[in-house]
Design a binder for this molecule. Structure first.
Ligand SMILES: *[C@@H]1O[C@H](CO)[C@@H](O)[C@H](O)[C@H]1NC(C)=O
Ligand SMILES: *[C@@H]1O[C@H](CO)[C@@H](O)[C@H](O)[C@H]1NC(C)=O
Ligand SMILES: *[C@@H]1O[C@H](CO)[C@@H](O)[C@H](O)[C@H]1NC(C)=O
Ligand SMILES: *[C@@H]1O[C@H](CO)[C@@H](O)[C@H](O)[C@H]1NC(C)=O
Length: 409
């Protein structure tokens, strides 16, 4: 009996000491990359779109359901309606449209963004990176965690409510603390892609410095658009088909304009100078300083108030140094739109596109915008450029993944 106890104790000791002493990893995915569920209530009124209404457990996958968008003739129209939000000036916040309830499934896990549509596994998002992490010994829910979020909402500056964004930050704070605790109080490595980096950066600078130093070992934003992007203007002008090639961007334009997060990618005047023409029509040129005029001229005047009060104050200056160790990993060497020249004054026309260096989506100037300041003020800063890899391929390309894995140590 005593012998058995000793053997068990020795085995337990061996087990605990042989377990790798890993720093937990938390992954924050990019824009429109994780699942989003919806449920329709009796208040939902859109003709022809109520298929899921009134069912007892009526949750369905709103994003991403490839089949619903691809095969159902009403699919895109209903998706556009149910994904929309509305800015309410009285409460100074964004809300779902009446009759649509939404939730983000699998918070804490990486499951919701491995394949945004789990029924179409050949259409993957972070699958390859997660496979690499698993091969290195990371386990979902033990040492590897996911922070999916409702990408239609964002967060607002101090003094402005953002119910959904604030709830996400509260959950993310608890998640990081809990995963650190689960892993012998070791601080976490926060790995993000694209927009997830902008959001995680907002999260970090809103935590006390002592919290960041206690809980964050390394912040690794991949392809983060620190100065945002010229294509952010284009998406508001023409719509955004969420990279689904069979969806007409114009069919999602109204929906896209209704989201607070759609105002986030508008280019920064600090990075794209006031003298640099980014959008041109016969009548006038627009620089990053002319965003408000552009919003009005494309027929989206209702975007001006939330842009000026809820978005611009966050991004007027370059992003603050988070004062934790940072490694930015960016793709470069890919032609990236920097100027759209419309042949006349019609924004419905197809513009000529002038390209510069970047990752195909985000301009190089934006990808590297924080480098001088963060290098000077942070405890550790590295900028790793991966040649000839685009914005999405950076999560798939073997060479790029090798670099990402080398930084997650
Ligand atoms: C996806 O959409 C199809 C077609 O509308 C529907 O039958 C299916 O239930 C949806 N899947 C989920 C998981 O909601
Ligand atoms: C993915 O799988 C579907 C069938 O489920 C097929 O129709 C489609 O062509 C595949 N796409 C790719 C890119 O392999
Ligand atoms: C727009 O800017 C270009 C130079 O980049 C200039 O040649 C052109 O005249 C300007 N157009 C207008 C309408 O001001
Ligand atoms: C990114 O690069 C990959 C590999 O070269 C390519 O297959 C893909 O189409 C590119 N994506 C975009 C959006 O350009």
């Amino acid at each position: 009996m005593i012998l058995l106890t000793l053997v068990v104790a020795a085995a337990a000791l061996w087990w605990s000491s042989s377990r790798p002493r890993m720093h937990p990893v938390v992954l924050v995915p990019g824009y429109a990359s994780n699942e989003l569920d919806a449920r329709l209530t009796e208040l939902y009124r859109r003709p022809g779109c109520g298929a899921h209404k009134g069912k007892k457990s009526g949750w369905f996958r709103l994003f991403l359901n490839y089949t619903a968008l691809h095969d159902d003739p009403d699919g895109v129209r209903c998706f556009a309606d149910q994904m929309s939000t509305a800015y309410d000036a009285a409460s100074d916040d964004y809300h779902n449209v009446p009759g649509v309830e939404t939730r983000v499934p699998f918070f804490g896990s990486t499951r919701g963004f491995r394949h945004p549509d789990p029924d179409r596994r050949n259409f993957s998002y972070m699958d390859k990176l997660l496979e690499r992490l698993e091969a290195a010994g990371y386990r979902d829910g033990e040492t590897m965690f996911g922070a999916p979020y409702d990408f239609r909402y964002a967060v607002a500056p101090a003094g402005h409510p953002s119910r959904t964004g604030t709830a996400f930050f509260t959950s993310l704070n608890s998640l990081v603390e809990r995963e650190s605790q689960l892993n012998g109080d070791r601080p976490a490595i926060i790995v993000t892609h694209s927009y997830g980096g902008t959001l995680a950066h907002q999260f970090l600078i809103r935590q006390p410095l002592a919290w960041r130093r206690r809980f964050v070992r390394h912040f690794i934003p991949v392809a983060a658009p620190w100065g945002r992007l010229v294509l952010g203007m284009q998406a508001l002008i023409s719509g955004n088909n969420l990279a689904l090639p069979f969806v007409d961007p114009g069919a999602l334009r109204k929906e896209y304009r209704s989201l607070q997060s759609s105002l986030w990618p508008l280019p920064s005047a600090k990075v794209f100078g006031a003298g640099q023409q980014l959008v041109s029509t016969r009548r006038r040129n627009y620089s990053a300083s002319d965003v408000v005029d552009l919003l009005v001229d494309i027929g989206f005047g209702e975007g001006v108030e939330p842009y000026e009060s809820r978005v611009l104050p966050l991004f007027k200056e370059l992003p603050d140094c988070p004062r934790v160790p940072v490694t930015c990993i960016v793709g470069v060497g890919v032609a990236t739109p920097e100027r759209m020249v419309y042949p006349g004054d019609d924004f419905e026309a197809t513009p000529d596109v002038v390209v510069v260096d970047g990752d195909g989506l985000v301009n190089l100037a934006s990808l590297v915008a924080v480098e001088p300041e963060w290098r000077r003020r942070g405890p550790y800063f590295r900028m790793v450029k991966v040649a000839n890899v685009n914005h999405t391929d950076i999560l798939v390309n073997d060479r790029a993944l090798g670099i990402v894995m080398r930084e997650i140590r």
